[in-house]
Ligand binder design. Structure first.
Ligand SMILES: [Fe+2]
Length: 259
């Protein structure tokens, strides 16, 4: 199966006229995905759909991404409330179908579990007991399709103080205990840190999609080293994931983005 992974769109209610509007960036991304729709099975958006969780910003997300015409799954980011996103979900049957907090959906012989790792009004996250119990049940399920977890906060830390500080998560110890005990590979699709990267520990692999709206372009945490982006992020990711284990990740440059 082949999916497009996008994150951290930070949509606002209206164009504000300053710089590249998040709405314009989201439209360019959606048009790009729509142009390759026939080659895709699914779109995954790993949180921070909106910047301030206004209902109109969620409605804009829904309009822009519905036009792609593909199945979509999503979970809240910290900027989505998360209460604002749960409230908007109750107002739209289509959006409720996309939002998979504490829910498993199957696409292309894979199992996708959505977790809401966010707390109201803070960057740090948390996974409550319900979420961890559901995760443990899915990780230990026998004879089930390979598991892909979608959660905003990346669970695997990098050992880089600045990035790991963004990813503090209440419940992290139990989360990692569950993931490390898995007897099959687990893929995690995340956002939150606005710079794209992949990190692997044992059979757990976490892919962070970055952000095209507010890329994290500080030289931190790499000091004065040249390991830093030299241009704004203008790509999302395509994941080819085979149930047998092969997983190929390719950046897909968005055509139509303002330079
Ligand atoms: Fe974000």
């Amino acid at each position: 199966m082949r999916l497009a992974h996008v994150s951290d769109l930070h949509l606002v209610e209206h164009e504000d006229g300053a710089g590249a509007s998040p709405l314009a960036v989201a439209r360019a991304i959606a048009e790009d995905i729509a142009a390759i729709r026939d080659a895709l099975d699914l779109v995954v958006v790993s949180g921070d759909l909106t910047d301030r969780a206004e209902p109109a910003a969620f409605a804009a997300f829904e309009d822009i991404f519905a036009a792609i015409g593909l199945p979509l799954i999503t979970i809240p980011g910290n900027h989505d409330g998360p209460a604002g996103m749960h409230a908007y979900t109750a107002t739209s049957d289509r959006f409720a179908g996309w939002h998979i907090t504490n829910r498993v959906v199957e696409h292309g012989a894979l199992r996708f579990l959505g977790l809401d790792s966010c707390l109201q009004d803070t960057t740090e996250g948390a996974l409550d007991q319900d979420a961890l119990d559901i995760l443990e049940a899915e990780v230990t399920r026998r004879d089930a399709p390979p598991l892909v977890i979608v959660m905003h906060h990346p669970p695997l830390l990098l050992g880089l103080k600045r990035f790991d500080g963004f990813c503090e998560l209440e419940g992290h110890d139990r989360l990692m205990g569950i993931l490390r005990a898995a007897d099959a590979p687990i893929t995690v699709l995340s956002g939150h840190v606005h710079r794209p990267y992949t990190v692997q520990e044992g059979r757990i692999t976490c892919h962070v999609a970055g952000s095209m709206v507010a890329p994290y372009d500080s030289p931190l945490p790499f000091g004065d080293s040249p390991i830093r982006p030299t241009t704004p992020q203008d790509f999302y990711y395509i994941h080819d994931i085979e149930p047998g284990g092969a997983h190929v990740v390719t950046p897909q440059r968005v055509r139509g983005l303002a330079p």
